[in-house]
Write a protein that binds this ligand. Structure first.
Ligand SMILES: [Zn+2]
Length: 177
């Protein structure tokens, strides 16, 4: 499921966007070697090649399970998880949250105080900097052969992304504290 759950959501997003307005060009990228750490290699080279005006990173996060601390996990089937924190452009996370609310979709927020441990780290500082968002779905028993994700969360993630992308022309990325 890590990170095939998000790959499924990405493919579904592109399917949904086929019948929606697309004010911006959209690149769907499946990167290699995120788990290798120490510079997420595929993310670095993909960001360099495409030089996007905005990047949305899809990665799984930990779902609740026995003995896992509650404050570090998310519920299965309660919607996609939207990250907030210094690795994330605030205008992007705020718009994702607004969009989920408008769609009346359940969602969860993951505060990440520093390095998110995902492709978002390298994409954010690629080139002269790329406004980056990070979202995904909870996966139970991460990094084991029995990883478990919710199909409903994957479908919701795709619907959220498609709605976000279809309204990119109205997103103000200038940010003042
Ligand atoms: Zn992983």
């Amino acid at each position: 499921m890590d990170d095939r759950a998000c790959l499924a959501a990405m493919v579904r997003t592109m399917e949904l966007l086929g019948t929606m307005r697309r004010p911006w060009d959209v690149y769907a990228v499946a990167t290699a070697q995120e788990e290798a750490g120490l510079g997420y290699l595929g993310a670095v080279t993909s960001a360099f090649r495409i030089r996007p005006d905005l990047a949305l990173v899809l990665d799984v996060t930990h779902a609740d399970m026995p003995l896992a601390p509650e404050h570090k996990t998310f519920a299965l089937s309660r919607g996609p998880v939207i990250a907030v924190g210094p690795n994330i452009h605030p205008a992007v996370s705020q718009r994702l949250i607004q969009t989920a609310r408008r769609l009346e979709m359940p969602f969860q927020v993951e505060p990440l105080a520093g390095n998110s441990g995902t492709d978002a780290v390298d994409i954010q500082v690629a080139g002269s900097g790329i406004p980056t968002g990070l979202l995904g779905v909870p996966v139970r028993y991460m990094h084991t052969p029995v990883e478990t994700a919710s199909l409903a969360d994957i479908e919701r993630l795709a619907r959220l992304l498609a709605a976000f992308v279809s309204e990119l022309d109205t997103l103000d990325l200038s940010w003042r504290d």
